[in-house]
Design a protein around this ligand. Structure first.
Ligand SMILES: Nc1ncnc2c1ncn2[C@@H]1O[C@H](COP(=O)(O)OP(=O)(O)OP(=O)(O)O)[C@@H](O)[C@H]1O
Length: 234
């Protein structure tokens, strides 16, 4: 799904925390959103998801200013599962959408295989580790073939092996199902491994956007360079 922003702002109690003149997230991309604490990354993601309202300006989804709720899904840093088994959690959005049982089984089976969850399908959600919980949350988010997957620091508390499984899944689902992926991350190595495009935000402004490998290796903007080099003082 193609996204574009025009004069998009969000202010809290008169203080503008996001102010994007123009910007876009290309259809079919895996776009990393990077930037220091307080840059406005989560604010932007919440606006895209429709969880928050812009103070001014608009977001266009495939050229339309109306949010296509059914096509968008979100994964947060701290996921919440329903108090049921792994497989029931993943099947839940599909049951809500009235999918046939065999289609549900096919999709849940595929997602469990890809995320190494097959052996714990019957396990209760509250008995899972943090990494397992996040993988189930991702599987559930992907269950209904979303056109846009938004992730807010999904691996912040996750070990490297599970992080690698999650990153592999993001790439697979993007390549094979053409889901557009937008990933907020403080892990620049993760952005390098996972993203093909990148937006750098600072102080609510879009400082640089473009090819992820190019921005992460040789940014054009001095602020971006300092951030990536770990030299940026906020
Ligand atoms: N509900 C709110 N009320 C008031 N201020 C808010 C609210 N939500 C966010 N802010 C402010 O907006 C600014 C941007 O916050 P945001 O969470 O979008 O930044 P971020 O780039 O995601 O930061 P981080 O990397 O720390 O998660 C911050 O200064 C924050 O304090």
């Amino acid at each position: 799904m193609e996204l574009s922003f025009e004069h998009l702002t969000r202010a809290y109690e008169g203080k503008t925390v996001l102010d994007l003149e123009h910007g876009s997230i290309k259809s079919g991309s895996r776009t990393g959103i990077i930037g220091p604490n307080g840059a406005g990354k989560s604010t932007l993601l919440n606006l895209i998801a429709g969880l928050d309202q812009a103070t001014s300006g608009k977001i266009y989804y495939n050229g339309e200013a109306r949010i296509p709720g059914e096509a968008i899904t979100l994964v947060f840093q701290t996921p919440y599962l329903i108090s049921a088994t792994v497989e029931k959690n993943i099947a839940y959005p599909l049951k809500l959408r009235g999918w046939a049982e065999e289609k549900i089984e096919e999709r849940v089976g595929f997602l469990c295989e890809e995320l190494n969850l097959t052996g714990m399908r019957k396990k209760k959600a509250w008995k899972l580790s943090g990494g397992e919980t996040q993988k189930v949350a991702l599987a559930r988010a992907l269950s209904f073939h979303p056109r846009l997957l938004l992730l807010d620091e999904p691996t912040a508390n996750i070990d490297p092996a599970t992080t690698a499984e999650i990153e592999k899944m993001l790439i697979k689902i993007n390549e094979e199902e053409k889901t557009t992926v937008v990933l907020i991350t403080h892990n620049l190595a993760q952005a390098r491994r996972t993203c093909d495009r990148c937006l750098f935000l600072k102080g609510g402004k879009l400082i640089e956007e473009g090819n992820a490998q190019q921005i992460l290796a040789a940014p054009k903007n001095e602020l971006t360079r300092k951030f990536i080099a770990g030299e940026l003082l906020i």
